[in-house]
Design a protein around this ligand. Structure first.
Ligand code: PHE
Ligand code: NA
Length: 450
């Protein structure tokens, strides 16, 4: 995984591990995807469903994946089958590792396209394209980018090459150490934008929109979207956290570590919401405008705030960086599997995996322009990849992980490993055995029927 064994040995604490996990978790999911999903699902209903899913499903599954990974000490496929075998269960649990790897592979194809948008926006903002622009011309700039297959391909390619080079030459842990400086900076800039919003209107409206409960909008679809996003944003249901778990020392407290990751991830997402929605409302934009939401809103603020060019360029640079610490974690499992299971070297494995992913990404980006009429069950290719992973592969893989930990593993060992007293242990069991799995199943089945 992103941490290799040698370097892992040099880390004296679990801090390196937290960096890697936060690096994977915090990314485009928080800043690009969360706000537009909120907008598409009508605001607070999504936010509330999301917070529930994070706490009652995402958090326990994150812990479950680390638990399994720490036992297995191998790649997700072998880990699942080995841990199952030691518990006297079928080796076919290895399939769960495989669906996880497939999920990561598919996600990276469209993740890289959006990483490309962020890269492109660094140059756009830095060259002053948005200075003094109103919302119409900011939207026109975005639409022009989307309409140009060539532009999208170039930036998608650059993003994919950056990811592949980092994974191929194996400097992922160096990148994660840089994250220690750049991630907090991203947080600071988000709060600068929030501060700007407090002064420039729309803030109260945004807070009401995000947090005033309106349960009438809480449909099965919103629940499924929130559930899928909980998986996406925490990088769970994919084998990534299982693989990370294999680097966890015995002494690391899983619950505390998971709490840190979940809280950081959630705070960044909510801050992104408070950075974006006031701009949406004060400029009369449509919150439901989809994946372009941050690209048609934030540049308006950068175009009018003091030092907006620098702050804006830095902002998109930092988002790109956050996206890369996530994309390397998406590419690594596929590369590792190829390296272990075939005679290909790491370099060749990286080139093969990233080329296939890159091609799939091209198909995804063409759905914004040349292939916009082509749909799979009513979705363009980009949406189809997104939905297949977030609403299907990730929840099912995560469900398998929590069922495995809740029902298949020796429970006394787990209580000891989590270091829980009897009371808290009972709470954990209720969540792991019942609440989390049932929530996934119910949400899943109702939305299939609806
Ligand atoms: N969690 C990352 C984000 O929110 C995306 C990601 C998903 C990364 C799955 C790795 C695995 O941006
Ligand atoms: Na995230």
């Amino acid at each position: 995984m992103a941490i290799n064994k040698q370097e892992h040995a040099q880390w004296s604490s679990s801090f390196g591990f937290v960096l890697a996990a936060v690096g994977s978790a915090v990314g485009l999911g928080n800043i690009w995807k969360f706000p537009y999903m909120v907008g598409e699902s009508g605001g607070s209903a999504f936010v509330i469903a999301y917070l529930f899913c994070i706490a009652l499903v995402g958090f326990p599954i994150l812990v479950a994946e680390w638990l399994i990974g720490r036992r297995g000490q191998k790649n997700p496929v072998n880990t699942f089958s080995d841990v199952a075998a030691t518990e006297g269960k079928s080796r076919s649990w290895g399939i769960v590792g495989a669906t996880g790897i497939l999920g990561g592979f598919l996600i990276l194809s469209f993740y890289s396209v959006i990483g490309g948008w962020a890269l492109n926006y660094i140059t756009k903002v830095a060259t002053g394209s948005f200075a003094g622009q109103d919302s119409d011309s900011v939207a026109a700039t975005f639409d022009a980018m989307l309409a140009s297959a060539g532009t999208l391909t170039i930036w998608h390619t650059v993003f994919m090459i950056l990811t592949a080079v980092i994974v191929g030459i194996g400097v992922t842990s160096g990148i994660e150490k840089t994250a220690k400086i750049l991630m907090p900076l991203l947080g600071v800039i988000l709060f600068v934008i929030v501060g700007y919003n407090v002064m420039n209107g729309g803030f109260g409206e945004a807070v009401a929109y995000l947090f005033t409960p309106d349960l009438s909008k809480l449909t099965a679809d919103v629940m499924l979207a929130a559930l899928g996003h909980a998986f996406f944003t925490l990088s769970i249901g994919m084998g990534i956290m299982v693989a990370y778990g294999s680097y966890l020392g015995r002494e690391v407290n899983l619950l505390k570590t998971a709490r840190t990751v979940v809280i950081l991830d959630t705070v960044i997402a909510l801050a992104a919401g408070l950075a974006i929605f006031p701009i949406i409302f004060s400029n009369g934009l449509d919150p439901a405008s989809g994946p372009g939401l941050i690209f048609v809103s934030l540049p308006i603020a950068f175009g009018s705030m003091g030092a907006g060019t620098i702050i804006g360029a830095l902002f998109f640079l930092l988002i790109t960086f956050a996206a890369i610490t996530s994309s390397i974690s998406l590419l690594e499992p596929t590369v590792e599997l190829l390296e272990e299971r075939t005679s290909m070297s790491r370099t060749v494995s990286t080139i093969v995996a990233s080329t296939v992913i890159w091609l799939l990404g091209i198909a995804a980006l063409l759905s914004f322009n040349l292939w916009s009429d082509f749909t799979i069950m009513g979705n363009g290719i980009f949406d189809a990849l997104d939905k297949l992973t977030s609403k299907f592969l990730l929840p099912l893989t995560g469900l398998a992980a929590i069922v495995f930990v809740g029902w298949k593993m020796d429970q006394r060992n787990i209580q000891q490993e989590l270091g829980l007293s009897n009371g808290t242990w009972q709470l954990w069991q209720i969540v792991a055995k019942f609440i989390a799995p049932i929530a996934v199943i119910v949400v899943f089945v109702t939305s299939l029927m609806g």
